[in-house]
Design a protein around this ligand. Structure first.
Ligand code: AP5
Length: 213
């Protein structure tokens, strides 16, 4: 049984995925992180994706669906936490089809993290991420102990290019246009669960815990 964790940019999908992994044997799939890794490693996919990601636009469906297809083909029995995928209706349909065709692990629930827009802006503008291990911090709520140095691995902590104000605006627009309709998609399938994403991350996690395998 796999889970979809979705919501607007900055809702806390990555933060909650990390906490969920501490309490389950599921495997985390973040398409955002996969794309950022490809950009850092300058792979053909990374080179194609970079201009989209930096501007806050969605990477074309064909690219992201290809990544997920490859992953599911190789991991037929794994229980996944999908973070940031699907993000469009074609992606949701492709995931469903791939699950029917290839794996025996259906989507158990689509968990939607609900956070007001002003709070999303505060979270995104204050976010800092480790270049090495991708640990996530916030300049106010969870700062690093030493400025710009990751507490976990000592790597360099930086601000993502797509956390600049113009890119955040584009990401929020892309979310409203392409990702918000997934609520109805999963409601119709009886899989949709809305989870209050406000409060400290441990409190939010306690609301998600009942859905873990
Ligand atoms: P992606 O990395 O998926 O970005 P996103 O969806 O915009 O989500 P974020 O990573 O910004 O936020 P989050 O919800 O994970 O929040 P976080 O936990 O970090 O995608 C990046 C780009 O890749 C996309 O724009 C697109 O170009 C491309 N892409 C990826 N997937 C794609 C797809 N399927 N199709 C097409 N293109 C795709 O938290 C944010 C901040 O808030 C942090 O600082 C954190 O410390 C803080 N915080 C978290 N929870 C709390 C809390 N409870 N209280 C206080 N602070 C909190």
């Amino acid at each position: 049984m796999s889970l979809v964790l979705f919501g607007p940019p900055g809702a806390g999908k990555g933060t909650q995925s990390s906490l969920m992994l501490e309490s389950s044997s599921m495997v985390h799939v973040s398409t955002g992180q996969m794309v950022r890794d490809a950009i850092q490693n300058k792979t053909p996919l990374g080179i194609e994706a970079q201009s989209y990601v930096d501007a806050g636009k969605l990477v074309p469906d064909s690219v992201v669906i290809g990544l997920i297809r490859e992953l599911l083909d190789k991991n037929k029995t794994v229980n996944f936490i999908f973070d940031g995928f699907p993000r469009t209706l074609p992606q949701a349909e492709a995931l469903e089809q791939q699950i029917i065709d290839v794996t025996a692990q259906p989507i158990h629930k689509a968990l939607f993290l609900e956070v007001p827009q002003q709070m999303l802006l505060e979270r995104l503008t204050g976010r800092r991420v480790c270049k090495n291990c991708a640990a996530t911090y916030h300049v106010q709520s969870t700062p690093t102990k030493v400025e710009a140095v990751c507490d976990k691995c000592g790597g360099e902590v930086y601000q993502r290019k797509d956390d600049a104000p113009e890119a955040i605006e584009t990401r929020l627009e892309a979310y409203e246009k392409s990702t918000a309709p997934l609520k109805e998609f999963y409601q119709k399938k009886g899989l949709f669960v809305s989870v209050d994403g406000v409060g400290n991350s441990k409190d939010v996690f306690e609301r998600l815990r009942p859905y873990l395998k």
